[in-house]
Design a protein around this ligand. Structure first.
Ligand SMILES: [Zn+2]
Length: 504
């Protein structure tokens, strides 16, 4: 479906055509897919399209399934409550488990060995009876998860992630339509209409390219889009101007880098950008404020994971947590040590279950992301949808310092990117005697002692560093400089480099 983009050359700008420029065959396929999108049923005046889309999916399942109607105990499902939606999700878990048991060799064995059956899952607590799926299992044998033959796939993605594992994720046409549906609902929630133009600004990713899904979704929706993965700021600016861009989506560190270099010559506020959408990496608040000031618009956060798709959780204008795609996924937060559920608002490991997947079924999949859930309602008016507190980052990107204080790149992002002259940074951890030393390498043209002292003061105030200094287990942080443009930007580059030997 998206081959017209997948076959293109790296770093080349691709502009998606309007439906009038396509072949009749392609236009027909797009017409058929567009008709299947439930997001088309969202009323125009709806204030929270994403939640309404979830309610539409729940109502459709309710209508078709007597078991769900009996559990909810209503004749009609006009106003969906959280309780109704919990029943919808548990119903979908049971159905997905049954489907996996019958079609996925991995789950057939897993459920048999654990002695768990779909009918055992009747409450939220019952979910804990289902064994976890580890990312390493998926990496070891992705095909073992597939619930349909590989010949029936519409698309297949591979990912290496940050841990070096290679995972395959297969999509049937129904899986793809479902992913496009959530992207459509998310874009509607963000305020985008067919009059707008989306500029897709991801650095080039070889195996898994979110630009493909995003541009493909725009094409099917009839939205205009452009892709530019080039780090050349002039090329970025030309694409934005030529396409009369009104929305920008991309990786925050990449957008920030382009913004910092571009704003020296161009008043970016005059370009008429309505919103900037940040995805694929945690968005530090300081970076958000800096981008909002420079572009003169709101910056919204979107969270996704290759295993489940691009828009798993989307921020609304209230900027108070990300609305989760609970129609297609069930989100749990567990204590990574005990594996037990933690209460709403408590940070832990995010575990996701697919509810409608046809190919790569994933049940209680440990994402290794650190996040928390926020109970409804939201200030935007959404009343049953649970939100995700801003994910802190991946567990495998964390390091421990001092007495075992956990540090994540986002802790430093918040402090360092509040200084607008800094384009990028890395931090190296070394051991000197019994003490840990953090050396920050900053990419900036403001290489002054004042900036150096400011960064040392700012990072020393971060709770985890402060405690380490008080315990006398960390040396005073150090700062070195490199010139702008010299630090090579790569997606998923490790910001914290742990150079300690025998470090646990
Ligand atoms: Zn909201």
């Amino acid at each position: 479906m998206f081959d017209y983009i997948a076959n293109s050359q790296p770093n080349i700008i691709i502009i998606s055509d309007r439906i009038t420029h396509m072949s009749i065959w392609e236009a027909m396929k797009i017409f058929i897919i567009r008709r299947r999108l439930l997001s088309n049923m969202i009323p125009k005046e709806c204030k929270h399209p994403l939640e309404e889309w979830m309610a539409i999916k729940a109502r459709m399942t309710f209508k078709k399934n007597r078991d769900l109607r009996e559990r909810i105990g209503k004749n009609k499902l006009e106003e969906v409550t959280r309780k109704d939606f919990d029943e919808y999700q548990l119903f979908c878990v049971r159905r997905q488990m049954k489907y996996a048991e019958e079609n996925s060799p991995y789950y057939r064995d897993k459920f048999k060995n654990a002695g768990v059956k779909p009918e055992d899952i009747n409450t939220w607590d019952d979910l804990q009876k289902i064994p976890f799926t580890e990312p390493s299992d998926l990496a070891k044998n992705s095909m073992y998860f597939y619930a349909v033959s590989r010949t029936k796939l519409a698309r297949e993605f591979t990912t290496t992630g940050t841990t070096g594992h290679r995972k395959f994720i297969g999509y049937t046409t129904n899986d793809l339509v479902s992913k496009i549906d959530i992207v459509a609902s998310a874009l509607k929630n963000i305020g985008m209409t067919s009059e707008d133009s989306l500029h897709i600004m991801f650095p080039l990713v070889t195996a898994w390219d979110p630009s493909i899904i995003m541009a493909g979704a725009c094409k099917i929706l009839g939205y205009k889009s452009s892709i530019c993965s080039d780090p050349d700021v002039d090329k970025q600016l030309t694409t934005i101007k030529e396409n009369k861009t009104t929305y920008i989506i991309g990786v925050p560190s990449f957008i920030y880098r382009i913004t910092t270099l571009l704003e020296k010559t161009t008043p970016l506020k005059n370009l008429g950008i309505k919103k900037v959408i940040s995805t694929s990496e945690p968005l530090p608040e300081s970076l958000r404020h800096s981008l909002e000031e420079t572009w003169g618009c709101k910056v919204l956060d979107v969270w996704g994971i290759t295993e489940f798709g691009l828009a798993c959780a989307v921020e609304c204008d209230s900027q108070d947590g990300l609305h989760t795609d609970e129609a297609n996924m069930l989100f749990e937060i567990i204590d990574p040590e005990t594996g037990k559920h933690v209460p709403d608002g408590t940070f832990g490991e995010l575990v996701i279950t697919s509810l409608h997947a046809e190919c790569s079924v994933l049940i209680r999949y440990r994402t290794r992301d650190i996040a928390a859930m926020i109970a409804p309602p939201c200030k935007c008016g959404a009343h049953f949808n649970r939100r995700l507190a801003k994910p802190k980052g991946r567990m495998d990107l964390q390091s421990k310092i001092g007495m075992g204080h956990k540090i994540y790149p986002i802790l430093f992002d918040e402090v360092i990117f509040s200084n607008k002259s800094i384009v990028d940074y890395r931090v190296k951890i070394t051991k000197e005697g019994y003490k840990d030393t953090l050396t920050f390498e900053l990419e900036t043209d403001t290489q002054t002692d004042v900036l150096k002292e400011k960064i040392i003061d700012d990072v020393s105030r971060i709770t985890e560093i402060k405690q380490g200094l008080e315990e006398d287990l960390i040396n005073k942080p150090r700062v070195t400089f490199v010139d702008p443009g010299t630090m090579k930007y790569t997606v998923k580059a490790k910001k914290i480099l742990d150079c300690r030997e025998n470090f646990e």
